[in-house]
Write a protein that binds this ligand. Structure first.
Ligand code: UDP
Ligand code: MG
Length: 307
């Protein structure tokens, strides 16, 4: 059996050989074959030349993909998925925060259990800044309340899965890809195992605060239509509020002219919001159709076995 390892890299020049050495060390007794796919996501440092050196120096099956500019980790992982030829496919960071030895354990779990399709590592304890950790928890709460699919808090892109899972993902036609959500969407039997994030080996994290917020919004917009539903909810609220206001103001005998002006403003606001809300119902449908996610994904077909 062949394992494909996808390694997205952005400004990781000092980590390429380190990663390779640690991977080789962890996999020295591995019986199957493997391919390493380094995706250079438009690095500004010497990452690409380090990948080239590695490809030419070592006898192992190592491939490099070089992007024309920085497209982001999601794009790098997708490019790796398209390129991967293995029976098992895995995604792991280049900075060694995720240990290749843990990857080997995850692979063993997957190999042993035929009913399992994916093993995903999740962070039990977040090691990052408390505010960021709180924001990430809030993100999972919002997305789980507003989306039809379930997101596991702390689940990472650090995964090993069967070819069938990768093919289901590649076959999705959508352009904006939020892989954590896509893994949940395609389903399959997934085992979540806790892991501890190591310290970054060299360089700095590539995520700025602004990018993290954008990433969270990408996830919410990609997997729920909550923002399209807000005007309708506000409209209904302001519709009832306008009548409650009218009743209370009349009971309190407030000056009639002012009461009616404010009542009319609230009422017209609610009518406008409800109309936007109704248009959004259609936009929401169009959005779902444009994403054209499949109605179902078949994991296997059960037929009578030949005796
Ligand atoms: N990465 C990438 N493109 C980007 C940002 C990051 O390919 O635009 C890679 C990066 O080189 C690393 C992985 O994605 O291998 C995770 O990135 P990082 O370590 O910055 O994220 P963190 O561990 O802080 O979540
Ligand atoms: Mg990292």
């Amino acid at each position: 059996m062949k394992l494909s390892v996808i390694i997205p890299c952005h400004n990781e020049e000092k980590n390429i050989f380190l990663f390779y050495d640690e991977f080789k060390n962890a996999f020295k007794y591995y019986k199957g074959t493997f391919e390493l796919i380094f995706v250079d996501d438009g690095s500004k440092d010497g990452t690409l030349s380090e990948i080239k050196k590695l490809v030419n120096k070592k006898n192992d099956c190592i491939k490099g993909i070089s992007f024309s500019r920085n497209f982001g980790k999601e794009a790098a992982m997708y490019a790796g998925l398209v390129e991967a030829k293995g029976d098992y496919i895995s995604i792991i960071d280049a900075d060694l925060q995720q240990k290749p030895s843990v990857l080997l354990n995850m692979l063993k779990i997957l190999e042993k259990d035929k009913d399992l399709d994916c093993v995903c590592a999740f962070q039990e304890k977040r090691k990052e800044n408390k505010i960021i950790a709180k924001m990430k928890d809030a993100f999972y709460k919002i997305i789980n309340k507003t989306s039809e699919i379930e997101f596991v808090s702390g689940a990472s892109d650090f995964r090993v899965f069967r070819r069938s899972v990768a093919e289901s993902i590649i076959n999705l036609g959508e352009h904006h890809r939020f892989l954590k959500g896509i893994f949940s969407f395609v389903g399959y039997n997934t085992k979540f195992i806790p892991y501890e994030v190591e310290e970054r080996q060299n360089g700095t994290s590539n995520w700025s605060f602004k990018q993290l917020v954008k990433y969270a919004f990408d996830g919410i917009i990609g997997f729920s239509n909550i923002f399209l539903k807000i005007p309708m909810k506000l409209g209904i609220l302001s519709f009832f509020a306008s009548f409650i206001y009218l009743l209370v103001a009349l009971l309190l005998k407030v000056e009639l002219n002012t009461v009616f002006i404010i009542f009319l403003i609230l009422l017209s606001l609610s009518i406008v919001l409800i109309n936007i809300g109704m248009t959004n119902l259609y936009i929401s449908r169009i959005y779902d159709e444009v994403k054209s996610r499949p109605n179902y994904i078949i994991r296997s077909i059960i037929e009578k076995e030949d005796k």
